[in-house]
Design a protein. Structure first.
Length: 255
């Protein structure tokens, strides 16, 4: 175990830490995924693939890993620099490209996939989930929704994303309408209060409508993802689709 992980012990056992360190994780998409990547490395993941073909823009700075000097640079290069600053010994595979059906085989052999691909790329998302089901690789699937963080896992014990999205999942990748229907079905009503105006607007638009997001929710979602990863690789009980682990920052439950 590397020295920088010593404060994990006591919450995570040395045996659990060992399994986390040996796991191979593929993280797809470096928007919210950039924050998740940092927490995974701090958790002790030592074998990581990151993939994204995007560059950093000013609109990313309110919620993603990046700083102003990163604007215009590739997300993979800036994320790589940040992760190696945490753990210089990190076994990091960098794929500076968007995923497509032709390059999906790079995911074979990984223990867990974290799917933070932009929701506009629905066909790619569905292809990733199909390959993961064939290869028996669990997929952690997070959603940031206003003040609400939601995460679930798709694996051989869960429903598929196709099941949850329905037959229209591939019908139209140009707008948010089918995701709006998905959220209406699976998100508790109180979780949509701060999101209602956007959903109403997006469901009527023909073009893709980027969702509003804030940093606090992204970091909360990243924390849920990290917790699920620790459970999966240590064969502990975790949430399967269609159920979600949820954290509503606007309505915290204080014990």
């Amino acid at each position: 175990m590397q020295d920088f992980l010593e404060r994990n012990i006591g919450i995570i056992s040395e045996e659990e830490q060992g399994k986390i360190s040996k796991s191979k994780v593929a993280l797809l998409g470096l928007g919210a995924g950039s924050v998740i990547a940092g927490l995974l490395v701090r958790l002790g993941v030592e074998h990581l693939l990151i993939a994204d073909g995007d560059t950093v823009s000013k609109s990313n700075l309110n919620r993603q890993l990046y700083v102003a000097d990163d604007v215009g640079s590739s997300k993979t290069s800036r994320t790589e620099k940040a992760l190696k600053a945490i753990n210089p010994k990190l076994d990091l595979t960098v794929y500076d490209s968007y995923l497509s059906d032709s390059n999906l085989p790079i995911l074979k052999g990984y223990n867990v996939i974290v799917d933070t691909i932009d929701l506009s790329a629905v066909n790619v998302i569905m292809s990733v989930h199909s390959l993961a089901r064939q290869e028996n690789i669990p997929v952690i699937f997070p959603i940031n929704l206003g003040w609400k963080s939601m995460v679930t896992v798709f694996d051989d014990k869960s429903e598929t994303l196709d099941d949850m999205l329905g037959d229209s999942s591939r019908a139209d990748t140009g707008n948010f309408s089918f995701w709006a229907t998905f959220l209406e079905k699976y998100v508790p009503e109180h979780g949509l209060e701060k999101y209602r105006a956007f959903l109403d607007k997006a469901s009527k638009m023909e073009d893709w409508c980027p969702a509003p997001q804030i940093g606090a929710t992204v970091y909360a979602t990243a924390s849920l993802v990290t917790t699920l990863l620790a459970k999966i690789v240590n064969d502990q009980t975790y949430t399967h689709a269609p159920k979600f682990d949820c954290l509503d920052l606007f309505r915290p439950e204080i014990e």
